[in-house]
Design a protein around this ligand. Structure first.
Ligand SMILES: [Zn+2]
Length: 678
């Protein structure tokens, strides 16, 4: 058998030679090598240095990291049953290997031995941060616990895995247990034809033997539920669907209430065991917010500023509807009001967004801002003929990175859009390595001889993922673990979300948003409608997110069963002020909140990050708004202080270096239409 291409790192990944039969032997061999190298590291009696300790620990898994990244990638963009089976066979072994590292006492001893050396004590900058963060991360995984503590930690993790899995199964089963059959066509009034057809097809597939029977089947799955709550005229059916949806996973046989209490208690116990006052402080310790209390204050401040607009929006909607609104009326009347006010159809924009033009326009924007060149290159192996390969160079020609772009859907590709890092280069004195990554999506594909015409949301998606890619490719950090996108969770969306701002600027749009047949720019009237529709009911959108963030933090900080009683009521009382209409008494949103409770950590205590990142991106963009959206000065600073730095410095400090001050939420409020215009 010829050489297994997964065994060595290659900048031009040999996608043309990697076969499914390479996966199991390749990953097994790399796991063996990594284990052996770690054993040698643990046994070594050589005096400890930065190189033979900190960097050696990184190098020990470098080949394994690379191969796992490549296989995981292929499994998500070009899967087959064989590849999935091979991946599923190897992935648990790899996870077990990585999660064993911080609990390996031998490694911990070597790290502490190094930390005690004169070399370690004299460190500064990135190297000091690397040592501090590594020790910290080991501690947060239980490295310093005694034997009994370590045993309890392991038990908690097993229990949390089991209960959170059960939590999401209950949500899924409860969602699937509901159906509503409509047999009179007249009751479907208001629904768009696509939703009617889907409900008809759903009914027929469930009742194959009764072909002639008339019926439309509705479920609590989003594609069925959302159109009903948004468009269906029949108020009774909307109410029935809403009540069923908001009480999911509270039936006796699928009750998530006891599980919620257990998950919260186990998370609290884990945090306490590791020396933190609560789970929120444990999770936020290495994030930009640092403390649960800080995140709460952040949300409170936004709530206070959003409240008056929220009241105004709700009063306006009730006046428009001419009746008292219940929760199942809000979406329905909001859609009617939106159409009356804006008469705006997203589809009108598509002809202005041919995919190839959008991507080229985006490259020309970043070339101006960051002084780089992006050029397609042929002849490099790729995994599918649709995939393009690009190189990123400095103006003087130095290759700083390369990436693949794979934008269109296939049956073998997973949903959504994402960025991946294959190779993270380092930038040490006298030694620079380029980076390699990719961006993937599932955008509207070309049809016939028409080019792919995108929605505005899809254009934002391209810009967003490319922002993550720039964070990776423009990294100039000497330690791999602190490079590129390996930053705090509430900071990582800044480089991506800020890119979306250019999709709303006339000057930027005129570069690439040109009618695919006539070459005309977006007509001014259409552009204005698009901008106005953006802030429609902005306060309601914001309050919804803030309410979830609050509930999440309060549950993980304050909730005490003996004092606070029923967890559903506790959460309902917190959420009520963020909702446009009073909840029914059995409202149980958190029993179905899989974001927070379907894995041991998940988004637990981290939901605030969505808003946090929006504040950062809206605020940071004001420098471009004020200095010019193509300003090489602002772009240069953004590259220097944010994109090139990875996690080599405290993100709050990096932000201050770029903006000259701390983040200010006003820009987000303004962008969401939540600041009174003078
Ligand atoms: Zn993102």
């Amino acid at each position: 058998m010829s050489e297994n291409p997964l065994l060595s790192i290659s900048f031009h990944i040999p996608f043309n030679r990697i076969r499914v039969e390479h996966v199991e032997p390749g990953i097994s061999e790399l796991l063996r090598q990594a284990r052996e190298r770690i054993d040698e590291f643990v046994r070594s009696t050589t005096p400890r240095t930065f190189d033979n300790t900190m960097l050696e620990l990184e190098r020990a898994t470098e080949n394994l990291d690379y191969a796992l990244g490549v296989v995981r990638h292929l499994e998500s963009v070009l899967t087959t049953p064989e590849l999935r089976a091979a991946w599923n066979a190897m992935e648990p072994q790899a996870s077990a290997f990585y999660s064993g590292i911080p609990l390996n006492e031998g490694i911990w001893k070597q790290l502490q031995a190094f930390a005690a050396t004169g070399e370690a004590k004299a460190l500064s900058g990135t190297r000091l941060r690397f040592v501090t963060k590594t020790l910290d991360s080991f501690r947060r995984h239980g490295a310093e616990l005694d034997a009994a503590g370590k045993k309890r930690m392991a038990e908690i993790d097993v229990e949390l895995t089991r209960i959170t899995t059960k939590f999401s199964e209950n949500v899924l089963d409860s969602t699937n247990a509901f159906e509503l059959i409509v047999t009179e066509e007249g009751k479907l009034a208001g629904l768009p034809p696509s939703a009617v057809a889907a409900a008809r097809q759903n009914f027929q597939s469930k009742n194959p033997d009764t072909k002639d029977a008339t019926g439309w089947r509705f479920t609590l799955q989003a594609p069925s539920y959302i159109p009903v709550l948004t468009y269906l005229d029949d108020r009774g059916i909307r109410e029935q669907m809403y009540r069923a949806y908001s009480a999911r996973a509270t039936e006796p046989e699928r009750d998530n209430r006891p599980l919620l209490a257990q998950i919260l208690e186990l998370r609290r116990e884990k945090a306490t065991l590791l020396g933190f006052p609560d789970f929120a402080d444990f999770v936020l310790h290495d994030r930009m917010a640092h403390r649960g209390e800080r995140a709460i204050r952040f949300l409170e401040d936004l709530k206070e500023k959003t409240d008056p607009f929220f009241a105004k929006e709700n009063a306006a909607l009730e006046a428009y509807a001419g009746q008292k609104l219940e929760p199942w009326d809000i979406g329905y009347w909001a859609e009617k009001q939106r159409r009356a006010l804006y008469d705006f159809d997203e589809e009108q924009l598509r002809p202005y967004f041919p995919a190839v033009q959008v991507v080229e326009g985006m490259f020309s924007i970043v070339e101006r801002l960051y002084g780089i060149q992006v050029k397609q290159r042929e002849g490099v192996p790729v995994w599918h003929p649709d995939v393009r390969y690009y190189e990123v160079r400095e103006r003087d020609g130095l290759l700083i990175g390369a990436f693949y772009a794979d934008w269109f859907p296939r049956e073998t590709k997973r949903d959504g859009a994402w960025m991946e890092a294959f190779i993270t280069g380092i930038d040490a004195p006298g030694h620079f390595e380029p980076h390699l990554g990719c961006v993937c999506g599932n955008l509207t594909p070309p049809v016939g001889d028409k080019p792919a015409l995108l929605t505005h949301r899809e254009v934002e998606t391209i810009f967003h993922e490319f922002g993550h890619l720039l964070h990776h490719v423009l990294s100039r950090v000497e330690v791999r673990s602190l490079a590129g996108t390996a930053v705090a969770w509430d900071f990582v969306e800044l480089p991506s979300q800020i890119m979306e701002n250019w999709c709303w600027e006339r000057e930027a749009l005129d570069l690439f948003a040109r009618h695919y047949e006539t070459g005309e720019a977006i007509p001014e009237e259409l552009f204005r409608k698009m901008v106005r529709a953006r802030t429609y009911r902005g306060a309601n959108g914001q309050m919804r997110q803030l309410g979830f963030g609050f509930t999440d933090l309060k549950l993980h900080r304050d909730y005490t069963p003996a004092r606070d009683g029923d967890v559903l009521k506790y959460a309902r009382d917190i959420l009520q002020p963020f909702a446009a209409a009073p909840f029914p008494p059995n409202y149980a949103m958190i029993a179905g909140f899989t974001h927070l409770f379907s894995s041991p950590v998940g988004y637990g205590a981290g939901y605030y990050s969505y808003k946090w990142a929006e504040v950062l991106d809206a605020d940071a963009f004001t420098r471009f708004r004020d200095e010019g959206i193509f300003s090489p000065q602002a772009g240069g600073d953004f590259r220097k202080y944010i994109l090139s730095k990875g996690d080599s410095e405290d993100p709050a400090e990096l932000y201050r270096q770029f903006m000259g001050r701390d983040p200010d939420p006003d820009a987000l409020l303004l962008r969401s239409g939540l600041i009174a215009q003078g």
